[in-house]
Design a protein around this ligand. Sequence first.
Ligand SMILES: C[S@@+](CC[C@H](N)C(=O)[O-])C[C@H]1O[C@@H](n2cnc3c(N)ncnc32)[C@H](O)[C@@H]1O
Length: 208
Amino acid sequence: MTDTDNEKERLRETFDAIASSFDETRAEPWEDVAEFIEGRGGTTALDLGCGNGRHLAPLRERFDEAVGLDFSRSMLELCDAPVVRGDLSALPFADSSADCVLCVAALHHLPSRDGRLSALDEIARVLRDDAEALVSVWAIEHPKFDGVRDEIRASGGDFYVPWKRGDEERDRYYHIYDRDGFESLVTDSALDGTVWESDGNYYARLGP
Ligand SMILES: C[S@@+](CC[C@H](N)C(=O)[O-])C[C@H]1O[C@@H](n2cnc3c(N)ncnc32)[C@H](O)[C@@H]1O
């Protein structure tokens, strides 16, 4: 196993362990995501890194099928929708098979730039020509990072953020982006589109 594989495996175990407490705090869709879904429609929507599936419900209202993908079995067990266990950097979906893709707050967990780039390229591969994806990552401007921005910059963006609930505390790997970093990742990928900041996240609306 490479260091990257080990990091991913640690993260998957962490998400398995925190799934039920995560579920208690993530019920509602984020506003930017709800706005992106509104007015869309078609046959198939994918939610990549779907977690407890909070964005699958609004997708189901607009698409014939909404499928979630995550690498955490415990997260997938919380989803009330069709789901597939898999990795963001090698999607088990056919080329040009999706009318819409979400990847919300998940890309930043991939522990290498190559992996994050592969994930964007995989999204480009599965999107139909006229379809769009919404991808979000945590932004360094997020108030959560007040006081640690220099530390994040010094480590090139690689940072561990603790998940704390009661006595439970677990570190999760994140790559924390500044705008230039996220825009350059998008530019280097097979996707093209617009980046904006909202509520401490960068969002990108992207097409192939
Ligand atoms: C912070 S949660 C966000 C969940 C959901 N998208 C939301 O908006 O609530 C990140 C999710 O990405 C999943 N994840 C992280 N790395 C992954 C990978 N390499 N492949 C598949 N899923 C991954 C985690 O298991 C977790 O469910």
